[in-house]
Design a protein around this ligand. Sequence first.
Ligand code: ADP
Length: 670
Amino acid sequence: MRVEAVPDSPEYELSFAATRPFDYHAWLAAWQREYVFFRIDARGRINYMAPSVRDILGYEPDEMLGRDYREYFDIDDPLQLQLQELSARMMVGEPPDAHRCVARRQNGELAFFSLRERRVHSAFGVVDREVMGQDITARVEAELSLRQSERKYRRLVEGLKSEYIIYARDAHNRITYVSPSIERVLGYAVAEMIGQPAANLYGSRSVGDSVLERFKRDSEAGKLVHNFAGEFRHRDGGLRILEIQERPVFGADGRYAGMEGIAKDVTDAAAAAREIRELKEELERRVAHRTEQLSRINEELRASESRYRGVVETQTEFIIRWLPDGTRTFVNEAYARYLGRPASELIGESFFPRVYSEDWTTFDNAIASITPANPSATYEVRGPRPDGAMAWMQWTSRAFFDSEGKPVEYQSVGRDVTELREAADLLRQKENHLAHLSRLATAGEMVAGIAHEINQPLHAAKTFAEAARRNLQAGGEERIATAIECTAEISEAISRTVQIIRRLREFTKSKPVELERLDLNVVLREAVDLTAYEIRRSGATVRRRLAERMPAICGDRIQLEQLFVNLLVNACEAMSQTPPGERQLTITTAAADGEATVRIRDSGSGLRDADAHRLFDAFYTTKKEGMGMGLSLCKSIAEAHNADLRFEVNEGGAGLTFVLTIPTTGASCS
Ligand code: ADP
């Protein structure tokens, strides 16, 4: 009879047995490797030991005789407890009276035995015990290691992080196993889940049966592992998201028997992912918003930059940046246009060669004066225009310094001031002309006085000439000597006259401005000489407090003389109403700190109509015959000399003091 049998099934065993004859020797050999037989007396001493002990425990049977069998079997060992606990399943066919014990092999290793005893009566009526021991070490060790790994596995399963569930379901999708962690994840007890359709747990957005069906088909087609995620119902009605990995299990017949899987609770992770997604979207929205804002700002910047560039480019002032060696690093449109060359050509080229050699010192001094404390300087230098004509350029340069205070770059703003300078020159010429006219007018006014001044020496000369003639006519040595003395007086008188006329001629001469080193005391004296008659006529007492040694100043003698003449004449005129005894004209000169000061003080009317701020205005006058040009001209002369002219009201209100402050000069006058 041929039996279709599956290995390990009872039918298989039977069919196996039926196909082979009984082999006694083989059986005995197997028996001797597994069983040991011995007999002990009432006190447990071995009085017989079967030789198989040699193979099984490694002892010689004879050496065991007379010894307590507990030296070899049933020794006291902690493993004893585990041995007792082993399931009956392991000990298939183990009789109920069997006793499991731990034994010790000759080499010290532990062995496990299942002992069965029966009492026997010896010939002397003593009760002995015959013991049959089966070496179950291999089986026990297998079982123990199985239990150990099972325990490990269970510990693993049960100690799984709370978010994992291990489960199995059968071919009908009913749950056959689920780890206790399901209680933590979905709130159900293990017991209530076993046998339940897994589909009861599916949430609305779950994978659904159709998908599971597909898995089933896939599984049958050989796909082994599936991953998916879905919503599952929690006992409290809520939904949890589980990520699942499962694989099919097949029965002995090769047919699909269900699924085993592990589910991971990813609800929180999903929520976190959703939150992250939302945050990301929010971030993207913000970035988009910020980008839009930035591009708007950029737009505005571009607009303002182009406006700024427009201002820089369309203005007529030149703007250049340059390195200490003169190399231009930037030029604006106006500058390039002015020079008639493209900016690209001008940048990288030094402008130093453009500066006229006559102005190198001016330029060097101006640039050298720029320091971190005084970061800019204004100067005028000449350079050629594109047509070769000379142009005056006025530049205001500022420097950029490095951390050590060394200039690293300059920025200059400039313009062509040639026309301006020409206009200023013209103005100066006109002023000069005006000054001349004014001097002529003054001279015209003073002419009566001057005539009087000339009259005096001429009159004296005439008198001396007559006296000389009379003495010469009289003859005689003494008379001739007197006549000679008279001619000396005549000569002196004529010299004085000539001097006055020369001064007047000089004063009224039209000549270009001529700068020279001057002693203000001398200039003042000449002015006083010119106005001697006016002063005398005013009845004023003149006090001269001149500094003994005045440092030189640089100026035009005639113009400064004109300035002082105007001030002196005004002072005399202002004192016309002052009581005669109180008319005082004080002229003081002093010098200190690089400045010379001239003070002309009168005791006149002072500011009658309080029009102080108009005093220097052209055509401002309080006099009937006045032109109102005198002080305005004085101011221009002072400015042309880099000097300051102002007035002070005398303390007590009696009269004014006009003060001229002018820089003193060094050895030369340029
Ligand atoms: P003018 O002498 O032709 O009036 P000025 O320009 O010299 O023109 O003077 C302007 C005015 O300033 C005078 O009319 C006078 O009112 C006032 N002034 C000038 N000098 C003095 C002075 N020393 N004291 C008082 N007033 C003065």
